[in-house]
Design a protein around this ligand. Structure first.
Ligand code: ZN
Length: 164
């Protein structure tokens, strides 16, 4: 709505249209409440000029522009990560430690076991296919040698020479 009335204005804070009834016609806000808010915004801006925002620990110590994100200080990194990765409750941690100790006693994590009767290539319920190696070959012929102590000594001596 356009108007030529210079007393009809838009509040700089809430953007509501209002009529300025002051004699100098210099109001910028519709109400003392809006005027107060504008004043607060201005004061905050002025305060920031003398008191610049302190950088957060993340801004100081965290390097996320590197190939791998990196905390300059490990202790601060751990403190910060706590907010992201919430640790287990202590009793849950005790439970996990307990299970690990039992697994250690049993020589590793227990996996499901089953016995298959071998009739060829069996397929177990775990869908693991077992192929058995064919082993109908006869062992090779064994050759044995007999040496006299002198021959043995000579043989070992020749081996020693080969090494050097
Ligand atoms: Zn207003």
């Amino acid at each position: 709505m356009k108007t030529t009335d210079k007393r009809i204005k838009e509040c700089t804070y809430c953007e509501e249209t209002f009529r300025d009834n002051t004699r100098p016609n210099n109001k910028k806000t519709c109400s003392s409440r809006c005027a107060n808010e504008v004043k607060k915004v201005r004061q905050r801006k002025e305060y920031r000029i003398d008191n610049p925002k302190k950088p957060t620990q993340r801004e100081i110590y965290y390097y996320d522009h590197l190939e791998y994100p990196f905390w300059l200080d490990e202790r601060i990194g751990d403190n910060q990560e706590w907010k992201i990765a919430v640790p287990h409750r202590p009793n849950k941690v005790d439970y996990i430690i307990g299970v690990r100790q039992v697994e250690e006693l049993n020589g590793g994590r227990k996996r499901r076991q089953e016995t298959l009767t071998y009739n060829g290539d069996e397929v177990g319920s775990s869908r693991t296919q077992v192929h058995f190696v064919e082993h109908n070959r006869e062992p090779g012929e064994v050759t044995s040698y007999k040496m006299t102590p002198e021959e043995l000594k000579e043989y070992l001596a020749s081996k020693k020479v080969d090494k050097v």
